[in-house]
Design a protein around this ligand. Structure first.
Ligand code: PHE
Length: 338
C-alpha cells in the first residue's frame, strides 16, 4: 500500500506539472482528489490492512493528499499569472531606495558648553556649579555691589522677592566656590543666566555663561590673556585673534571686555559684526580685593583672574547662526544642518 501511495504521488505530481490549462488542472483535481478519485480509492483499502500497518499508511496517505493539493494550487497560480510560481511570503522590491533613519545630535548650545568645559579642563580648570535662583548677596553684594549700588543697573534683574533673584550672571558661583575651597584654584562654572531682556538677534531672557576663576600667589593679567586667547583659538580655530579692551566691572580691577575676530568675515568687517571685524564675547579682569574678602581669601596673599563668557553667543559664531533666537526656536530644519 505504501508503494501504491508513492506511485500515486509521482503520477499525480507529474500530470499536474504537465497540465497546460485550467481544464487539464480541473480534470487532474477530479481524477486524484474527487469523491471517487484515486486517493479516495486507496484510502478505501485501508480497513483491510493489518492493524500494525494502518498508522504508517494513514500518515503517508495524508502527506500524498497534501502534496497533491499544494501542487494543484501552485500550478493554478502559475497558469493564472502566466509566469512562474511566486515565492511564498510578502513581496517587496529590494531595489527600492531605503528610508534613512533620522539621527539626533546634541543641541549647538550643549555642544559649545561641552567643548568649552573640555578646553578649560585641559588647562587644569575644574567644573563647578551653582544654583540658578540666587540670593541678592551672592549675585551682587559679595561681588562688590552693596545695596543701592548703581552698577546693579547693568543687569536687568528678575527678582523673586526682596532677597532672591534669578542669577543674572555666573559670577556668584565664584563666591560660593571660594567659601568651600582653599587657594590655589582653577575652576570653570557653566550655567543658565536670566535677564529681563526682550528677545532680539543678540539677547534672550535665558542664556548661558561660562565663568572662569584662577587664584594663586602670583596670578597676573598675562595668565588671563594667555588662557583666553588659547581657549578662543581652540574653540573657534587657530587663526582666531583676541582683543582686550579696558572696561569696568565692580568685581574685577582692572577689567576688560574681550573681543574675538569675527568668525564670519575673519576681521574684514561684515553685517554680522556691524563692519567692525570684531565681536564681543567676554567680560574679564583681575579679581577685586573686596571679592576675595567676601570669599574668605586674603587679598594680600593671593591674586586672581576671572572671566565670564556667553556660551550661546559662542555657539552662534561657531556654527554660523546670525540670530540668537534661532537657537531656541529649535526648528528642526535648522537644527539638522548644524
Ligand atoms: N559677570 C560678568 C557679566 O555677566 C562677566 C564677567 C565675569 C566679568 C568675570 C569679569 C569677570 O557681564
Amino acid at each position: 500500500m505504501l508503494d501504491q501511495l508513492e506511485q500515486l504521488r509521482r503520477e499525480a505530481l507529474s500530470s499536474i506539472a504537465a497540465a497546460e490549462n485550467e481544464e487539464d488542472l480541473e480534470a487532474a483535481r477530479i481524477h486524484y482528489l474527487g469523491r471517487k478519485g484515486a486517493v479516495k480509492k486507496i484510502m478505501g483499502l485501508m480497513p483491510s490492512l493489518p492493524a500494525e500497518q494502518k498508522p504508517a499508511a494513514g500518515k503517508l496517505a495524508n502527506q500524498v493528499k497534501t502534496a497533491i493539493m499544494a501542487a494543484l494550487d501552485e500550478r493554478e497560480a502559475a497558469l493564472g499569472s502566466g509566469s512562474p510560481a511566486k515565492p511564498a511570503g510578502p513581496q517587496f522590491d529590494v531595489t527600492l531606495p531605503g528610508i534613512a533613519p533620522k539621527l539626533g545630535h546634541l543641541h549647538p548650545v550643549t555642544r559649545a558648553w561641552n567643548e568649552l568645559v573640555g578646553i578649560f579642563a585641559r588647562m587644569g580648570f575644574e567644573c563647578v556649579f551653582g544654583p540658578d535662583l540666587e540670593t541678592d548677596y551672592y549675585n551682587f553684594e559679595a561681588l562688590n555691589m552693596p545695596p543701592e549700588h548703581p552698577a546693579r543697573d547693568s543687569w536687568d534683574t528678575l527678582y523673586i522677592d526682596d532677597k532672591h533673584l534669578m542669577r543674572t550672571h555666573t559670577s556668584p558661583v565664584q563666591i560660593r566656590a571660594m567659601a568651600t575651597r582653599k587657594p590655589p584654584l582653577r575652576i570653570i562654572m557653566p550655567g543658565k543666566c536670566f535677564r529681563r531682556d526682550t528677545a532680539d538677534a543678540s539677547h534672550f531672557p535665558v542664556f548661558h555663561q561660562i565663568e572662569g576663576l584662577a587664584v594663586g600667589p602670583d596670578i597676573t593679567f598675562a595668565d588671563l590673556k594667555a588662557v583666553l586667547s588659547e581657549a578662543m583659538k581652540a574653540f573657534f580655530g587657530p587663526d582666531t585673534r583676541t582683543r582686550f579692551r579696558p572696561s569696568f566691572f565692580p568685581f574685577t580691577e582692572p577689567s576688560a571686555e574681550v573681543d574675538i575676530s569675527c568668525t564670519f568675515c575673519h576681521g574684514e568687517g561684515c553685517p554680522a559684526c556691524q563692519g567692525k571685524g570684531w565681536t564681543e564675547l567676554l567680560g574679564a579682569g583681575m579679581v577685586d580685593p573686596n571679592v576675595f574678602e567676601a570669599g574668605g581669601y586674603d587679598p594680600d596673599e593671593y591674586t586672581g583672574c576671572a572671566f565670564g563668557m556667553g556660551i550661546d553667543r559662542a555657539a552662534m559664531y561657531r556654527f554660523g547662526i546670525r540670530d540668537l533666537r534661532l537657537l531656541f526656536e529649535n526648528d528642526l530644519r535648522l537644527m539638522r544642518q548644524l
